[in-house]
Design a protein around this ligand. Sequence first.
Ligand code: GCB
Length: 605
Amino acid sequence: MNKKLIIFFLSLLVFGTLISSLAQTAMINVSGRNTTSLNGKWQVIVDPTGVGNWRQVWKEPVPKKKTDFFEFGFEGGTVLDVPGDFNTQRPELAYLEGTVWYKKTFSYSKDSTKKLFIHFGAINYLADVYLNGELIGSHEGGFTPFQFEITNSVLEGENRLVVKVDNSRKKDGLPGLGYDWFNYGGITRDVNLIETRLTYIDDYSIQLKKGSQNEVLGWVKLNGNKPLQKVNVTIPELKVNFKTTTNPEGYAEIKFKSKFQLWSPENPKLYKVIIESETDSIADEIGFRTIEVLGPKVLLNGKPIFFKSVNIHEENPIKAAKAVNEDDAKLLLTWAKELGCNMVRLAHYPHNEYMVKLAEKMGLMVWSEIPVYQHIEFATKGVEEKMDLMMREMIKRDRNRCGVVIWSLSNETYSSTPNRDNALIKIAQECKKIDSTRLTTTVICTQGYENNAFNVWDTLYRYYDIISINEYLGWYAPWQGKPEETKWKLVCEDKPVFISEFGGEAKYGNHEGPADEAAFWNEEYQEKIFTDQVALFATVPNLVGTCPWILTDFRSLSRLHPKYQQGWNRKGLLSDKGEKKKAWFVMKKYYDTINSIHKTTKYEK
Ligand code: GCB
């Protein structure tokens, strides 16, 4: 076994034990396993002031004596849908940032040849999970999966599961106190019981070796009491049948060659891949492609690619609620395709698995991001560890999704924040250790823009593959000359540049006021920003992609304009009802023609 991989697995082991008192990082490919869904109606206790803790509501005591009574209970109370955010399910929860206790019962027949896990796709933000009155563990972070093994704590017959969900903002949270999206609380993703054999396939990585278009280099990891096993990886369509044996740690390297039809936006080919050990078997749909940076260019399968991207929040604007299922994903991604995109930036946190899988099937590359957003307390104890864990949870879940091509490790942090550089350099290096086959980026919005010259000075970019810039020229920063005459200064001259956010607000159907005045939120002003941006793009050196902010209007409590915003950030190319604003057509035209006109201009000093 390759030395680097041994070190990687040892560090996973050490790290895994450190965090096991909290949640376990979840096994991958839940839909390929033996699951019982716990989605559906859950009883809840709404507890805005957090009294449920001292009342110990998870114990659900019943009066025994005539004088006993309890001022809480799940029976006869509110019922909410899981998955779903709690805020949009009951009017009185609309703006709740606090605690809701969820309860579900399930029955189980114990089987000594099986292990049982409870798996949560995500809970926003803090979760304490109680089974039959006992705390089994906790998890922090609103957008990544986690699990607990309950083989020994589950009871024969009926079981009571109580989950404390708390979406209060935390100063040392990820994100921190302030962010420009709606803080949907709740059990927002699927909940499953997963039954496995005593030794099961926990994780695997099956992707092309860095730089190769015909060789897979990966690994499989078993978990359980019989780590030494024969393992087969088969891809029936390619007649691949690779055999290996795991070592005493349950690990085996996977290495084989084949003639793959490479995945690309034009041909999003996925193969059925079956991984079998002596005690377990799991199937996946996997695509193969390479993504790399060569000087100022990004190459997909060895050829230069221009990222025609769009930003998306995990929200169904029509329902004005959290996006939670495949239909929601389809709605959003179909719009992205219609715009002419070949990529989506899933901002500003890892989205649900439906989004990532469907994007891959539809030929959309994915940019996935952790919620290290703006004012993060990098110097506060524990914050770096949380960043690291969230990154690992994000990568573990989607490592086999070839559609994911970029890991973004932060958005709009400030170089003056104590320990920011240190933390973001460290995480970039860790990310590469875990996955050297994808590109990394960090997004920055503090740059110089004076006398029509744009100065990208933040040295943090040196540690990432792509320079990603949120610029908002024409909206937050008024133009200082002709867009097509903008001059550029780049801190890293030879790196690809991606314009990860630009745009401005307009209320759909609003044509009030002069077309050149921002304060009227009219469609014409937003359209002009986009026309000017297209002119600007021709001046950007090393440009490899653009990503307007944002596909649709989205809910944000910091958007207080009573007439035009009404609690919505109106930078969508589409309204909250999916209506196309004028700017949509400018962007669509750009994406429909860019392949024939775009040349990556070299940076010149
Ligand atoms: C940004 C942020 C994004 C905001 C956007 C805006 O730079 O990255 O989260 O929503 O600006 O609309 O101001």
